[in-house]
Design a protein around this ligand. Structure first.
Ligand SMILES: Cc1cc2nc3c(=O)[nH]c(=O)nc-3n(C[C@H](O)[C@H](O)[C@H](O)COP(=O)(O)OP(=O)(O)OC[C@H]3O[C@@H](n4cnc5c(N)ncnc54)[C@H](O)[C@@H]3O)c2cc1C
Ligand code: FES
Ligand code: FES
Length: 479
């Protein structure tokens, strides 16, 4: 199906509900939080068909190019028996997983993605992670989780959906340009075509996953006229690792990069697990999380502490800079007109490096950080040799705690008195803002306490319980 330029730039949810009359998909918050609008995009990625749950409210319709869009209207009728429910829907009925029903289509579609994609057996934790972005106000989650566990207890049944071949056939190699000079949705296939577009339209909105930019449309009432979506640029989502470095392409989604990021350190894995929701992670890109310059983005502090570099491209010209130098001031990044974030280059941590990161937010899941502290500490036995410490939420940009870093060498893990100067320095190093997430005083205190927590964990202080989830286990046992 071909979209007009205006359709490609409207949200997928509006296109579904208004243009297609597919009103099973609901609009709740219109900002990616409630999951009522969840649909599944099926497409071929790296030669394999994937089913990705997405918040249709903040996705532009053009971003569905090359995909089959599945809504709650599309998933019943397994095996061609008309009016048959999908196993997920049947289980929801059996377990009384719906009352008013407003959230139900979104929940069903999130569970459909889990049903199709999850490795068996599916655990309760898997289901809870999948549902973190679906709010239900009346049923309560127990029956919904029970329904999910029952439906996902067996391997997925073949669905009456597009075959891998037909999906492959719409994954073409052409540049997409829909519209005219004044207003268009473009989806270049190559970096060369991207460079040409950016040189010609340096003011165009560069779109990654639209999990930030989509809200400018739905909440900021912005009507983007020139849009360049990066999602089809060949190999810009490539993730590569060599003996010393992990390189993540800008358009790799947070979900696709999660496994590799988690190998850097268990805490990076936990930060990524708590990044938005399954729907947000499936769409949000690593490049977008950095390029947006948010002071409360989750990846930047972790990557800065790990010593990451960022690669920017403008046509064939590449430049690389330390990630912390990319952030100049609040919402001001070192990015020239027509330049784009191309890759993030992360050095692999050595055996003597200990990495800890903690996200402080009002809710455990599906919430933006008030403060995020990341600590990369180089050890010689029980003594600290050096440290890189970075925070989000403490200033207008993600920032290193350079004064505190200077107080870290020489700290003895077994002598708590030796920790004090660094802890005191951290309390006064930043002058954060007070806002609805946290007061300035709270932020300063929590930053200091996070450093103390890192040192307590590192030292293995007896009986100190510092985590509420059991994930740390053996992999993060005190050294
Ligand atoms: C419900 C919800 C929950 C969220 N939870 C979290 C969370 O837990 N942690 C967190 O850190 N963030 C969170 N976010 C914010 C958002 O998901 C991330 O910042 C995300 O990584 C942005 O990536 P994107 O690809 O969607 O960016 P987009 O929205 O597409 O773009 C964001 C900005 O970056 C620019 N841009 C994108 N890619 C490039 C590029 N390659 N080069 C140059 N410029 C580029 C765009 O022009 C735009 O200005 C959440 C958002 C929502 C809606
Ligand atoms: S309507 Fe709430 S996430 Fe889309
Ligand atoms: S059934 Fe009413 S909101 Fe979930």
């Amino acid at each position: 199906m071909a979209l007009s330029s205006a359709q490609a730039r409207m949200t997928l949810l509006d296109w579904l509900r208004i243009d297609r009359g597919a009103t099973g998909t609901r609009e709740g918050c219109a900002e990616g939080d409630c999951g009522a609008c969840t649909v599944v995009l099926r497409r071929v990625k790296r030669g394999v068909v994937v089913n990705e749950p997405m918040n249709a409210c903040i996705l532009l319709a053009g971003q569905a190019h090359g995909a089959e869009v599945l809504t709650v209207e599309d998933i019943g009728d397994v095996g061609g028996q008309s009016a048959a429910l999908h196993p997920v829907q049947e289980a929801m009925v059996r377990h009384h997983g719906s009352q008013c029903g407003f959230c139900t289509p979104g929940i069903v579609m999130s569970l459909y993605a889990l049903y199709q994609e999850a490795a068996r057996p599916v655990s309760r934790a898997d289901v809870c992670d999948q549902l973190a972005g679906n709010l239900c106000r009346c049923t309560g989650y127990r029956p919904i989780i029970d329904a999910a566990l029952e439906a996902c207890a067996v391997p997925p049944v073949e669905q009456a959906v597009a075959s891998a071949d037909s999906l492959g056939a719409i994954t073409d190699e052409q540049d997409v340009f829909c519209g005219d000079e004044e207003a268009f949705f473009a989806a270049p296939r190559t970096e060369e075509a991207l460079a040409t577009l950016l040189a010609r339209y340096p003011d165009a909105l560069i779109l990654g996953g639209a999990t930030d930019a989509g809200l400018w449309v739905t909440k900021g009432l912005m009507a983007p006229r020139r849009v360049i979506w990066l999602g089809r640029v060949r190999d810009l989502d490539r993730i590569e690792r060599n003996a010393t470095e992990l390189a993540i392409g800008a358009t790799a989604t947070v979900a696709d990069a999660a496994r590799e990021l988690a190998t850097l350190a268990p805490d990076v894995g936990e930060i990524v697990r708590r990044f938005g929701s399954a729907q947000v992670r499936a769409s949000a890109t690593v490049g977008g999380n950095i390029a947006n310059g948010s002071p409360i983005g989750d990846l930047a502090p972790c990557l800065i502490a790990l010593g990451a570099m960022i690669e920017l491209a403008q046509g064939a010209a590449l430049r690389t800079l330390a990630l912390e130098d990319f952030f100049i001031a609040y919402k001001k990044q070192d990015r020239r007109p027509g330049e784009y974030v191309r890759r993030v280059l992360i050095p692999l941590p050595g055996n003597t490096l200990d990495f800890r990161a903690y996200k402080i937010s009002k809710r455990m899941d599906e919430d933006i950080s008030a403060v995020l502290g990341a600590f990369a500490i180089e050890l010689d036995g029980r003594c600290i040799v050096s440290a890189r410490i970075a925070f989000g939420g403490m200033a207008g940009t993600p920032l290193r705690a350079r004064q505190t870093e200077q107080q870290m060498p020489g700290i003895e893990l077994d002598d708590r008195n030796s920790w004090q100067i660094a802890l005191d320095t951290l309390v006064s190093e930043f002058a954060p803002l007070s806002d609805h997430r946290a007061s300035a005083a709270y932020r300063c205190l929590v930053a200091r306490n996070l450093l103390e927590k890192a040192l307590i964990e590192l030292a293995g202080v007896p009986l100190a319980q510092t985590r509420i989830r059991a994930f740390v286990g053996a992999t993060h046992a005190a050294k």
